[in-house]
Design a protein around this ligand. Structure first.
Ligand code: IVH
Length: 691
């Protein structure tokens, strides 16, 4: 087969990368320079981006956590960046100590307690004292190269002090100090841009920036806490000596670090840290406890995920009491009317909270929260803030209970809650201004058409000026639409031809965003259309199986339901959506606006031993895990699906196969045992015929 065939080239690159990973991590005898290895990965990432249907779960680009965004060059860490196991109770800390004691054959020595900084993990490479590379964690093996942006962080030394080791990789956490975070969000709000959910997201967004000047303006900082790799440095016997060395070299090490003799002392550190966390100008989410002795660390080693010699003690989700000023409803793109709490602003879980979800009417009544109540608000990390309940002892008698309004506050149409359902809905349809606005936001959002610059502020402007009435209109906008009419008498019109809030650059950026969205894979369009039950996964399935909007429109429920992972409910919803004249008109108008309505035909790979074979695994296998079995089938061009259908080639019955076996038998699908499955893997589909 030709190397110019992308499918072949992709497989070739994957094999090469897997082999090099094995040389590097398994045999510790790399064959390639970092630069050559990185080039292989870069080529793979860009080919997979160009041919998304060729991405398979076992591709080296698909390890959990990595975003093959292609925005940044891949950067391989010299030592893997591990994650940490968690503990939530002192008993779990004791268990951890007992495990270490068993493995070492003696009681472990001192522990080091450090604050767990809630930021973005980075690895800094210093060669002869000079900062030569910074990388994000990525999947732990390969991160993204972010040297240019990290260099703008004042507390990251570009040159180490004194006698620096020949080579060292330092690990640390980049964070955004809380006052800076609040200022940044205030600026975002003023500009009508999306707010960052918390300081960590803001830090991550600031480091993963194309323009280092933007990063530089955000006053990020760093705490370092680990040496990943070192050549030519002083001998180190303990983690506390490592931290001392980092300090001497001019790096920022958190002063709150403490060496303690045992678990009770570590637990006391945790307690104190939790009590003091609100006084710190940065976000912490726990305490990291590490064994101090480096030789013992070495002996204990790592599991696949985390070092055995360290553990993260997580703080519980933060709760605060504040006043409930009111309860309002939000009408979403599906018409669902959701009550939310309007709160006196309170700082909790790393962000200022003014609104919190109340889920639905029943929840409001079950919790018995009343307007004017003091309420407990909880927020952990990225999670949406939540009202836990009232503080009844603080009631004055002035509080008012709430019920769902009978009319939509946005369009006055009745709000109806069908018998037995939890959700109340606005009955207007998509002409309800709130629904339309939310739909447009969803359409242009990150999961949908991902149109840069099309946030609420832009959408409100376009709706307000009557420039758009629905999603398709976006693709008929021109820069002239942002120019004020000639006869505008306002004094500002003399200075800028554009409407208030717009300038040449912002208009051009928006136009570019729209232009790029025209050529997205149709899965994005499918998500953006907001068809019930069609999220990213289903959209990708529909796109890869059907390929074009025209064919989707023609497909009947049965055809759609045959697609593995789709099923009758989704199939019905999709077919119903396309049955409406308005929706079909919308699709064709999107096409007229230049939006791509079909994906390119998938390039045919070479036929493999199991091409066209679909197996269902049922019950446990002895010789391999399910994941390995799936990979083995897919590696030869076959498919593994979760449920038995007419399309199933064979059912693999392991130990206690359950209901799938009965289904296969009733449909007359061949059933093979584990030995038969092994033969299938070794001998291909012919083994199914010959028995
Ligand atoms: S040690 C091999 N120390 O927490 C040791 N990590 O949940 C692994 N983190 O990926 C890291 N503060 O990003 C360590 N004092 C600290 C930390 C810390 C924050 C982060 C780090 C890590 C994550 C694990």
């Amino acid at each position: 087969m030709e190397e110019s065939d992308p499918a072949v080239r992709i497989e070739h690159l994957r094999d090469a990368i897997r082999y090099q990973d094995h040389r590097y991590y398994g045999l510790e005898d790399p064959e390639l320079s970092d630069a050559d290895y990185d080039a292989l990965r870069r080529e793979l990432v860009s080919l997979e981006e160009a041919h998304p249907h060729l991405v398979t779960p076992d591709s080296p680009t698909q390890r959990v956590g990595i975003s093959p965004s292609g925005m940044f060059a891949p950067a391989r860490h010299r030592e893997r960046m591990f994650s940490l196991d968690n503990a939530e109770t002192v008993a779990e800390l004791e268990d951890w100590m007992a495990r270490m004691e068993r493995q070492l054959g003696r009681p472990p020595g001192d522990l080091v307690c450090e604050l767990k900084i809630d930021g973005l993990a980075v690895s800094l490479t210093y060669e002869h004292g000079l900062l030569t590379r910074s990388a994000t964690r990525g999947d732990g093996v390969t991160g993204e190269e972010v040297t240019a942006t990290v260099r703008t962080i004042q507390s990251v030394p570009l040159r180490l002090l004194g006698d620096a080791p020949a080579l060292m990789e330092v690990r640390g956490e980049v964070y955004l100090p809380l006052p800076e975070f609040e200022e940044l969000n205030a600026r975002q709000a003023a500009a009508g841009e999306r707010l960052f959910a918390n300081a960590r997201n803001a830090a991550a967004g600031s480091v993963r920036q194309k323009d280092p000047a933007v990063t530089g303006g955000r006053n990020l900082s760093i705490w370092v806490y680990q040496v990943g790799y070192m050549e030519g440095g002083p001998p180190l016997a303990s983690h506390s000596e490592t931290l001392d060395l980092l300090r001497r070299l001019g790096m920022r090490v958190n002063p709150g670090t403490e060496v303690v003799p045992d678990v009770p002392a570590a637990a006391a550190f945790v307690k104190k840290a939790e009590a003091e966390r609100d006084d710190l100008p940065y976000q912490t989410d726990g305490v990291v406890i590490k064994l101090n002795d480096l030789a013992d660390q070495d002996e204990l080693g790592h599991t696949a995920r985390a070092p055995r010699w360290a553990i993260a003690y997580k703080f519980p989700a933060e709760e605060r009491v504040t006043r409930l000023r009111g309860i309002e409803i939000n009408v979403g793109r599906t018409g669902a009317a959701t009550p939310f709490a309007v709160l006196e602003p309170v700082f909790v879980g790393g962000a200022n909270v003014e609104r919190a979800t109340l889920h639905n009417e029943d929840e409001v009544h079950r919790k018995d929260v009343r307007i004017g109540d003091y309420v407990v608000v909880r927020r952990a990390g990225d999670v949406i803030p939540e009202v836990i309940g009232p503080v009844p002892s603080r009631r004055t008698g002035e509080e008012r209970s709430w019920s769902m309004p009978s009319d939509c506050p946005f369009c006055d149409a009745p709000i109806i809650r069908p018998e037995g359902e939890k959700v109340a809905r606005c009955t207007r349809g998509l002409t309800c201004p709130s629904r339309l606005r939310e739909w447009l936001f969803h359409f242009a959002g990150r999961g949908g058409m991902d149109i840069e610059g099309m946030g609420y502020k832009t959408i409100d402007f376009l709706l307000d000026k009557g420039l758009i009435e629905g999603p398709a209109d976006i693709f008929f906008l021109t820069s002239e639409d942002f120019v004020q009419p000639e006869d505008d008498p306002s004094p500002r019109a003399a200075k800028s031809p554009y409407f208030i809030g717009w300038g040449e650059v912002s208009v051009r950026n928006l136009m570019n965003g729209i232009e790029q969205a025209r050529d997205h894979p149709i899965a994005r369009l499918l998500v953006g259309l907001g068809i019930r039950h069609v999220g990213g996964t289903v959209a990708r399935l529909l796109a890869s199986e059907i390929g074009s909007m025209a064919r989707l429109q023609e497909a009947d429920v049965d055809t759609l339901a045959e697609i593995d992972g789709v099923g009758p409910i989704i199939a019905k919803s999709v077919a119903e959506w396309f049955s409406y004249e308005d929706n079909r008109r919308l699709v064709s108008r999107l096409g007229e606006g230049g939006v791509r309505l079909a994906d390119p035909e998938p390039e045919e790979g070479p036929p493999q031993a199991l091409t066209g074979v679909t197996v269902v695994l049922s019950g446990g296998l002895e010789s391999m895990t399910r994941a390995a079995a799936k990979a083995a089938v897919e590696g030869q061009g076959g498919k593994v699906t979760s449920s038995v259908s007419k399309k199933t080639t064979a059912l693999v019955a392991g130990a206690s196969p359950g209901s799938k076996l009965a289904k296969a038998e009733s449909l007359g699908i061949p059933v093979i045992d584990e030995a038969g499955f092994q033969r299938l893997l070794e001998g291909g589909q012919a083994t199914l015929v010959s028995g």
